[in-house]
Ligand binder design. Structure first.
Ligand code: URP
Ligand code: ZN
Ligand code: ZN
Length: 483
């Protein structure tokens, strides 16, 4: 019997801290050796000249959700095919409560939907209706079952939760030990600005960022940080889009708060100018918060280098560029009737590597931290996921740092009909992706089977422990004097 089922030989193994020449030995889906001159593989793959990295962990992926504006065009089958093609081996998707319905039923529903996944997955609990039953009866059980993160929206009609609801969710998150992830935009302000723009006849896609200027996001980030501080709850701020929101995060971290943040690949390469393409082309760049300026991009890189922003996700949120999706309200629909969201799962690693490592903004270990190790740690999946170490799942991407690919919709391997990265030229591309030692992408085709993916239940972990520090001598969550 062979010592290893698979040996990946002769590459440079990249982890969160190191870039070291070596081989990786895999047995029964787990890394069992990292070293030099490993022999005894039933299969050996030559990785000479390649980077051997932990598979991507994408902690912000929308699949098969009920429409917020339009039907999503990726389910767990097509969406995770796209993940595999982009070197991502774990996704955290959303179990999405619809208003008036049970959260527990939503989780059950998503377990059934995710049976077709090709890569491993966990769920954030999206709470849109924080009733007493949901918070006091359903949530404790769902968190204990391994769903250790909650998502709240401060905007979007039909899903948003007002401040009173957010506070009650934060309190239950603290009691049950779950990380709260937040979409932070000032709903009433952006709604009013939208009204004024529409009344003035300014309705083309390029006016979408005008309805959501930076202050809309900055104020909401400031507010959620304050609420989380008052209740002593760790939070992850989703999709920080530019300088001013990043500054709010940095200030919170400087005060010692457990406030973390992600940005997304699209904020690093797209700008508000992309919304000004001819006709409805700009609709391909409608997402929230909106794309901003080159200066914001440079600020985001600075936050990344300083560790203020620790995760780069895709916020994969795909609809088609037709009457089921971006054009659901017609060919020349006003910007506020164009569904928010873009696909991005397959592009995340190649685009970030190109912009980051190939252009000299970050080194390869920093890249691995951003796309894999940090999200794995933040969401309680490490060290099973997010690293290459003895005992870790053999989730590996072999990445050619010199491979140049012009991105097209076909290369995304998703269910959609467009990519906002059409024509983007990469320097660096995945040539093989393995999930627990099984090849799921061979550099050209997705070869992983639907159903190969497994659900990842998450236990209590260090990051979600509260600080034990309140803004008054009273601990309002437990109704006791704070220590
Ligand atoms: O525009 C976006 N980001 N749509 C997806 C849902 C969300 O806000 O995360
Ligand atoms: Zn969001
Ligand atoms: Zn999202």
């Amino acid at each position: 019997m062979s010592t290893f089922d698979l040996v990946i030989r002769g590459g440079t193994v990249i982890t969160a801290t190191d870039a070291v020449p070596g081989d990786v030995g895999i047995k029964d889906g787990v890394v069992t050796a990292v070293g030099r001159g490993l022999a005894g593989g039933a299969t050996t793959v030559d990785a000479d000249g390649m980077l051997v990295m932990p598979g991507g962990v994408d902690s912000h992926v929308h699949l098969d959700q009920p429409p917020v504006g339009a039907q999503m065009c990726d389910n767990f089958d097509t969406g995770t095919a796209s993940a595999a093609a982009g070197g991502t081996t774990t996704i955290i998707s959303f179990a999405w409560q619809t208003k008036g319905s049970s959260l527990a039923a939503a989780v059950e529903d998503y377990h059934a939907k995710a049976k077709r996944a090709r890569v491993d997955y966990a769920f954030h609990l999206t709470i849109t209706d924080p009733t007493t039953t949901v918070l006091k009866e359903e949530l404790p059980r769902l968190v204990a079952e391994g769903n250790r993160s909650i998502k709240v929206f401060m905007t979007y009609d039909g899903v948003r939760v007002d401040d009173a609801g957010v506070i009650r969710i934060l309190a239950e998150a603290r009691r049950n030990r779950a990380l709260v992830c937040v979409h932070a935009e000032h709903h009433d302000l952006l709604a009013w600005l939208t009204e004024q723009l529409v009344e003035a006849g300014l309705t083309a896609p390029k006016y979408h960022p005008w309805a959501k200027p930076m202050v809309v996001e900055r104020e909401a980030v400031n507010r959620i940080v304050a609420l989380a501080e008052a209740l002593d709850v760790p939070i992850q701020v989703f999709h920080v889009s530019g300088a001013e929101s990043g500054a709010e995060i940095e200030r919170a971290q400087q005060r010692g708060l457990k406030v973390w943040a992600e940005t997304c690949a699209h904020y690093l390469v797209l700008t508000a100018d992309d919304l000004d393409r001819p006709g409805m082309e700009g609709a391909k760049f409608v997402f929230g918060p909106p794309a901003r300026t080159k200066a914001d991009q440079e600020a985001l890189w600075s936050y990344i280098r300083r560790g203020v922003i620790g995760v780069v996700s895709s916020d994969h949120s795909p609809t088609r560029f037709d009457a089921t999706g971006k054009k659901i309200a017609g060919e020349n629909a006003p910007f506020h009737k164009i569904p928010n969201g873009i696909p991005g799962l397959a592009a995340r690693l190649p685009v970030l590597f190109t912009e980051g490592v190939s252009k000299g903004r970050i080194d390869a270990p920093t890249f691995v931290r951003l796309v894999s190790t940090n999200p794995a740690k933040l969401f309680g999946l490490h060290p099973r996921k997010g690293t290459i170490a003895v005992g870790s799942d053999a989730d590996i991407v072999i990445f050619d740092p010199n491979k140049s690919v012009t991105l097209t919709n076909a290369s995304m391997h998703h269910g959609g009909d467009f990519t906002p990265y059409e024509g983007y030229r990469t320097q660096g591309y995945p040539v093989a992706t393995y999930v627990r030692g099984t090849l799921v992408f061979d550099g050209r085709a997705v070869v992983g089977e639907p159903g190969h993916g497994r659900y990842l239940a998450r236990d209590v972990y260090g990051e979600i422990a509260p600080l034990g520090r309140f803004t008054s001598p009273f601990n309002p969550v437990d109704g006791a004097l704070a220590r």
